[in-house]
Design a protein around this ligand. Structure first.
Ligand code: FAD
Ligand code: NAP
Length: 338
């Protein structure tokens, strides 16, 4: 169990910002985790659990311990005629888990192909893409409470999943280490291909009989075309959540902006792409030094090389301010800022 001091996190998060952790440890077993958490020196220090660092912005050095969770393992816990319950350890790479399910014809997560990050971080913001979210195939999770090291089980209701939300981002923020997640997958797939370019991409693939493998391939293809690769340009995906507007707020803006894209949800609220507000305020393609807004994707803030975390944070605040002034809309960051 090696603990590093003044450790550079540059290659441990997808913004690629040069920033240090006062202490850093990579955990690969439960025994090491318990041993570390009981260590008297580190006990009182602030702790940050890190997966692949694809949804974090470090605006300053972290003056505590960064715990990179690399617990591994995927196994089937039970199955019946229709479903299989699959458990994955927190440190498994999310996309590897998705491919593992697809290879066995277990459906439910194929639309979530190629989302960066780990299994353990996935419930944090109820990851979602192409009309599907983690909550749709989630059964339960196991987590360690940092205050007393108690192991707790959270079922679906306990997690309070919402749109890119869970209890772990709200009232239980920074209080638990998610150790593993159990998924309830389907042996008979229900295809969700109505979203965006999936149908068109599948048509181009000229498929005879649709399978979850095809859906995954289509999603991978679209993502590779559209999204900036963090290995080439530092970013953390969508920086802000898409705002959900009440009918009154929506109508007020729509009256003067009839071209505004929107998606009406079941409760009568309107989701408007945050990217549209950002673009309307003139930020798309903006660049100042190495800090910018992606030219093809206004929701993605980027580090072209040597941005600092505070450069990115300042840009995010300026964007929020201008959207607030122009539209009276509060953009909420999706990225976890430390
Ligand atoms: P980290 O960034 O390491 O951590 C994120 C947060 O979770 C931090 O607050 C961290 O402390 C906490 N955390 C991490 N692991 C644990 C744990 N085991 N226990 C407790 N807390 C933990 N997200 C989507 O929802 N949909 C997308 O389509 C999507 N596309 C993306 C595309 C790109 C190019 C990028 C860069 C990001 C994208 N994201 C997307 C965001 C990101 O991939 C997800 O939020 C992912 O789940 C983050 O996983 P991670 O392991 O990198 O988490
Ligand atoms: P897109 O297809 O250009 O659509 C823009 C936005 O409109 C999306 O954010 C999406 O909301 C919404 N949308 C589009 N079609 C919709 C529909 N049929 N019903 C409801 N909402 C719809 O988006 P994109 O940026 O290329 O991303 C594609 C998918 O990948 C999206 O689901 C997006 O969330 C996900 N993604 C997420 C991140 C991240 O970091 N969180 C990064 C890249 C991509 P939703 O976001 O609610 O789907």
């Amino acid at each position: 169990m090696k603990i590093y001091e003044n450790f550079s996190l540059k290659t441990y998060h997808t913004f690629g910002i040069e920033v240090n952790a006062r202490y850093f440890i990579e955990i690969t077993s439960m025994a090491d985790l318990h041993q570390f958490l009981n260590h008297p020196f580190y006990k009182g220090l602030p702790k940050l659990i890190l997966g692949e660092g694809s949804n974090v912005l470090f605006s300053q050095h972290f003056e505590g311990v960064v715990i990179k969770l690399s617990l591994k393992g995927i196994n089937i816990v039970k199955e019946d005629a229709d479903n299989v319950w699959m458990k994955a350890a927190a440190g498994e790479i999310w996309h590897d888990f998705v491919l593992h399910c697809i290879a066995r014809d277990f459906a439910g997560v194929e639309n979530l192909s190629l989302i960066p990050g780990t299994v353990g971080a996935a419930p944090m913001q109820n990851i979602g893409a192409y009309g599907v979210e983690l909550a749709d195939s989630f059964d339960s999770l196991t987590a360690l409470r940092l205050s007393d090291h108690k192991i707790c089980i959270f079922d679906h209701n306990d997690c309070q999943f919402g749109y890119r939300e869970s209890i772990f981002k709200k009232s239980y923020k920074d209080q638990f280490i998610i150790l593993s997640v159990m998924f309830k997958l389907n042996k008979k797939p229900t295809f969700r291909v109505e979203y965006g370019a999936i149908q068109q991409t599948l048509a181009e693939m000229d498929i005879k009989e649709l399978k979850i493998q095809h859906v995954s391939q289509a999603v991978i293809h679209i993502r590779q075309q559209k999204l900036p690769d963090p290995k080439k340009i530092g970013n953390a995906g969508s920086f802000f959540k898409n705002p959900i507007l009440s009918p009154i707020d929506f109508k007020n803006i729509f009256a003067t902006n009839p071209e505004m894209p929107y998606f009406l949800d079941q409760s009568g609220y309107y989701k408007v792409p945050a990217a549209w507000f950002i673009e309307k305020c003139g930020w798309k393609g903006h660049r100042s030094g190495d800090t910018g807004v992606h030219a093809h994707h206004a929701l993605v803030l980027v580090n072209y090389g040597n941005s600092s975390g505070s450069d990115i944070k300042n840009l995010a605040e300026k964007i929020q301010e201008s959207v607030k002034i122009k539209f009276s809309i509060e953009l909420i960051p999706e990225v976890n800022i430390f």
